[in-house]
Design a protein around this ligand. Structure first.
Ligand code: AHR
Length: 674
């Protein structure tokens, strides 16, 4: 796209130039009107059907305490080696009890090696004692809702200890649902109960789950679990409201399982997919990279089912021998077990039931193979200061391509990254390169034309992580405007940018829930909301044609942006950043053109739109606008829909028309064939 900043393209006679200079001095704001020209006679470029996807990892309590619907925190008591964190003892009305972690009573042939031992010293009718868990910042109590509770338990002696399970207020005064848990005896056994709330309960998250007894004795517990209804009623499934928000974005793919989470702080704590399979009893969990332990309830199969439920394809990132604390496995024999691990992983996803890992998937409940087209080798290997990626990539590449020649492989390095650091080139040409861009809003706008000049003979791009990072815990309007500006750049270059996915996707907004400050969707135990950036992406994904049209913008005004100085360097020169951004795509099937316009400043801007080579364009169309008064306006958990897209009729459209774009707005104009 040609963007001219306050200039005119015509050659001007000197006298006219003088007049013009005088006129500009007299009326500095009387600038030429912005014109956008779209030539429909030109073929345009095919838009990659995978342009918009999602990226995910365990960060900000994205799965545990987020999308993964499990409500019990520290369900297998491994979150801390010494104390049963997130659990408390209940001692009602003079009842007396104590509890402690216990390694002496593992459940054989499972990962359940640490149990919680409750010593009910004094307990009788009306004087219950027990264990309580407040979940991830509360258990979401909702009216007329069934919760499925389960736990393993055993007692010290014969005779049995009867237990009740309840969901109640934090102080125990209000009971929302209660059920008999069964009479516990001397052998480990799994108990399952359903807890149902009444239709008239007031939603609350000032709550806890209690398993209690009114009999003295010793009880051991393990794998205590509580699930609310899940998306599409999947057992071990996902939270409904969050899934719906993701589905609404119409993502074409899901990049999984990270991010740093894939790599681990150390090789030992990488995402070991084999330990995330099968019954929960077999999943030990592992320390994540974002300062909390992962239950691995969201395992490899659950990732695939998540894709299935969104009608999105997986983009599988495989561990490639580099962990965050600079541990590297050099290419060669030492790396081979990790290459084999990746090959097994691909087989688990794609192999038929006669393959070793395809059979395992069938045993895990999914006989049908999943479709897989993209595999990413590692994550951000540019941070590998030992510079071993070239060899590692080559080894993975050769092994994967030999067995799965149809797979497209994604390299995590090439050229320069967003911070201008030199990266390694790979000996094998990757099918795609994963680039990451975390920017300030103006910085992102200033780079929105990045791919306009990208060499077309280079590998295609997956922008595997990107975001304008203003606003926390979720980004604000100015970030959404910058994100939208960036997306216009992706759409104009949809022949090069094959895939893109914003990051991070999810954040639990409770104190302590956030590890990364700019996120797309926020939630607490009860509710969730989309940031303005979420809605900008939803608009871009929803209104996307299959052909990107050439757009020429003239007389676009600019604003000034002062980049930060790099350490020990003088401040760089200020940059002119456009105030308007454009892209246009056409859907032949729907007979529509989607003109996307971002007005990044607080002043309305009128743009003349000229469509040439067009058939007749209907006078009436639709405008979908996302806007607010201030750039730092945002959505929050208490004001979730302050900024949402609003659809209106757009009149006076045609082959040539002028349109007034609201201050601080993202607009999609839907132009229809007449
Ligand atoms: O998205 C947050 C982190 O940013 C990712 O884990 C990592 O890939 C990147 O550095």
């Amino acid at each position: 796209m040609k963007i001219t900043a306050n200039s005119n393209n015509h050659f001007l006679a000197p006298a006219l130039l003088v007049l013009l200079v005088l006129a500009v001095l007299a009326a500095p704001f009387a600038l030429a009107q912005t014109v956008v020209k779209i030539d429909l006679a030109k073929p345009g470029i095919a838009v990659s059907p995978t342009l918009y996807g999602l990226m995910t990892e365990e960060i900000n309590y994205s799965y545990d305490g987020g999308l993964y619907a499990e409500l019990i925190r520290n369900r297998i008591f491994k979150d801390d080696e010494k104390t049963p964190v997130h659990w408390s003892v209940v001692q009602d009305a003079g009842g007396s009890a104590s509890f402690a972690l216990d390694q002496g009573h593992p459940i054989v042939d499972t990962a359940l090696t640490t149990s919680l031992r409750l010593d009910a010293l004094r307990a009788s009718r009306g004087h219950r004692v027990g264990i309580a868990n407040a979940g991830y910042w509360g258990i979401p109590v909702k009216p007329d809702t069934s919760y499925r509770a389960s736990f393993y338990a055993k007692t010290a002696g014969a005779g049995g200890v009867p237990l009740t399970v309840s969901i109640e207020g934090s102080d125990g005064k209000q009971v929302y649902a209660r059920a008999q848990g069964g009479t516990i005896n001397g052998e480990w056994r799994k108990y399952t109960v359903t807890l149902k709330t009444a239709a008239n309960v007031t939603p609350s998250a000032a709550t806890r789950v209690v398993i209690a007894t009114e009999s003295p004795g010793t009880v051991w517990f393990n794998l205590v679990s509580l699930f609310p209804p899940t998306f599409q009623q999947r057992p071990n499934g996902n939270r409904i409201d969050l899934m719906q928000k993701l589905v609404d974005m119409k993502p074409s793919f899901l990049r999984l399982p990270g991010g740093n989470y894939l790599e681990g702080d150390t090789v030992a704590t990488r995402f070991k997919w084999k330990e995330t399979l099968g019954p929960l009893e077999q999943r030990p969990g592992h320390p994540g990279t974002w300062r909390y332990r992962s239950s691995d309830g969201m395992g490899l199969l659950e990732f695939m089912q998540w894709c299935e439920d969104m009608h999105a394809e997986p983009v599988l990132a495989v561990f490639a021998g580099y962990a965050l604390k600079k541990e590297t496995i050099p290419a060669g024999p030492q790396l081979q077990p990790f290459v084999d691990e990746a090959l097994d992983e691909i087989e688990y996803i794609t192999g038929d039931i006669h393959t070793k890992w395809g059979a395992q998937r069938a045993r895990d409940g999914h006989p049908a193979p999943f479709s897989l087209r993209y595999v990413e080798i590692g994550n951000e290997d540019g941070f590998d200061t030992a510079k071993t990626y070239d060899g590692r990539y080559t080894q993975f590449h050769d092994a994967i391509k030999a067995k799965y020649p149809q797979l497209k492989l994604i390299s995590t390095v090439n050229g320069k990254d967003s911070l201008g650091r030199r990266q390694l080139l790979t000996s094998r040409a990757p099918d795609l390169i994963d680039e990451h861009y975390y920017y300030g809003a103006l910085e992102m706008m200033s780079d929105a034309a990045r791919y306009d000049s990208y060499r077309r003979d280079q590998p295609k791009i997956m922008i595997g992580e990107w975001a304008a990072r203003e606003g926390a815990p979720t980004t604000n309007l100015i970030s959404a405007l910058a994100d939208a500006a960036w997306m216009t750049g992706m759409e104009r270059n949809a022949d090069v940018v094959e895939m893109s996915c914003y990051a991070p996707l999810l954040v639990n907004v409770n104190p302590g829930g956030m590890q990364w400050k700019s996120n797309l969707i926020g939630y607490d135990a009860q509710t969730s909301y989309g940031s303005p950036s979420y809605y900008a992406q939803k608009m871009f994904s929803e209104y996307l044609g299959n052909i990107s049209l050439p757009v020429v913008a003239e007389h676009v005004s600019t604003q000034s942006w002062q980049p930060n100085a790099k350490k020990d360097q003088p401040p760089p020169a200020a940059k002119d950043v456009p105030t308007l951004f454009f892209s246009a795509t056409k859907s032949a099937q729907r007979g529509e053109i989607y003109l996307k316009v971002v007005n990044a400043i607080g002043t309305e801007q009128t743009v003349k739109v000229e469509l040439s080579g067009a058939g007749a364009v209907a006078e009436e169309g639709k405008a979908i606008t996302l806007r607010s008064a201030r750039p730092d306006d945002t959505n929050t958990i208490t004001e979730p829909t302050k900024i949402v897209p609003v659809a209106t009729r757009a009149l006076g459209l045609g082959a040539q028309f002028s349109y007034r774009f609201a201050p601080y707005s993202v607009t999609v104009l839907v132009l229809s064939d007449k």
